[in-house]
Design a protein around this ligand. Structure first.
Ligand SMILES: [Fe+2]
Length: 331
């Protein structure tokens, strides 16, 4: 069940709070220089409170009318990121059927997660503290949705790219520890094998000294900034239908350079699934930074898969965004 993502990880019992800001008091300069440039997580309260999705997506018939025709994969468990059995029990359904599945009281745990369908994009708002301009993420679609019922995500890290995890419906708790903490390979083995998920004694004998564990609680309307190279796990605090929307973009060049160097040195490697356009862009950027060899090394150490190109209309969120200064009147 979802709570074991933290229950069997002793570091989460005495985790410190992630830094918090309110969206109204955070400027773009500050967000980029304090948090993004330093790869420092932060909770931004009420960052997405004004998004129409927060109210419209509570109506399941609205979601079905807008996007019910799409084919999606529904999972009868939470997102088991590092476990091979994530595919167990998966069914291909229409989006409308998946919405019913996630609203049904008899569904104990489940999720559906993919790139945001074009019909739902008008319900997505902006960030008053951040508008870009940015380049698209190497790994991820600009915006995805994670529709869930009593489901979180097991421990994993993003090897590249910046993420704002936007909590639209339901509440969640997120745990953090940096990948370059002491004994990084011991932590990696634990999280990648996923033994802690079923075995309460998996961390027995693990030397936790020198590790800084953090936690954040997200209420509806909050966003959590998740930088690259942080292990994070997510537990739902509400047990019925919920929606999280991760928004992603490419890191600034100094952060990319730092990340490639750390990945190559640490041995953590590039993990995950990447579209071909992302793989090409990353190769070009690494070459321009003089880090082509380090990128190669990081790629060899991980299990990177290059997959099908995303349709262009799924990678359009950041296009046509006005600069933050032009939208101050709406704040
Ligand atoms: Fe994540």
């Amino acid at each position: 069940m979802p709570d074991v993502t933290f229950a069997h990880v002793p570091g989460m019992k005495a985790a410190s709070q992630v830094a918090e800001r309110h969206a109204d008091g955070l400027s773009q300069d500050e967000f980029l220089s304090e948090y993004v440039a330093n790869s420092r997580p932060v909770v931004i309260r009420e960052a997405v409170k004004h998004w129409p999705a927060r109210t419209k997506w509570r109506d399941k018939d609205y979601l079905k009318r807008q996007s019910g025709h799409h084919r999606v994969f529904a999972y009868p468990h939470e997102y088991l990121d590092a476990k091979a059995d994530n595919e167990a029990g998966t069914r291909e359904l229409s989006f409308a059927e998946a919405i019913d599945f996630l609203h049904a009281p008899e569904t104990a745990v489940g999720f559906v997660g993919t790139a945001m369908p074009i019909e739902l994009l008008p319900d997505v708002g902006d960030f008053r503290f951040f508008s870009g301009p940015v380049d698209p993420a190497f790994f991820y679609h600009d915006i995805r949705y994670f529709l869930f019922r009593n489901a979180g995500t097991t421990w994993h890290y993003h090897p590249m790219d910046e993420t704002l995890m936007c909590q639209l419906i339901g509440r969640k708790r997120v745990g953090f520890v940096h990948t370059l903490s002491p004994r990084p390979h011991a932590i990696r083995n634990m999280f990648v094998r996923g033994t802690y998920y079923t075995d309460p004694t998996a961390f027995d004998g693990f030397d936790n000294s020198g590790h800084a564990w953090f936690e954040a609680t997200l209420d509806e309307g909050d966003a959590l900034y998740i930088p690259p190279l942080w292990w994070h796990g997510v537990v739902p605090l509400t047990h019925d239908f919920g929606v999280t929307a991760p928004v992603t973009w490419r890191s600034p060049l100094p952060v990319i350079a730092d990340t490639i160097r750390k990945l190559a040195a640490w041995g953590g490697g590039l993990e995950g699934v990447m579209p071909p356009c992302g793989a090409r862009a990353l190769t070009d950027v690494a070459r321009s930074l003089g880090l082509a060899a380090e990128l190669q090394s990081a790629a060899k150490q991980g299990k990177l898969r290059v997959q099908q190109e995303a349709p262009p209309n799924l990678r359009s969120l950041w296009r046509d965004r006005a600069p933050a200064g032009n939208r101050a009147a709406h704040a």
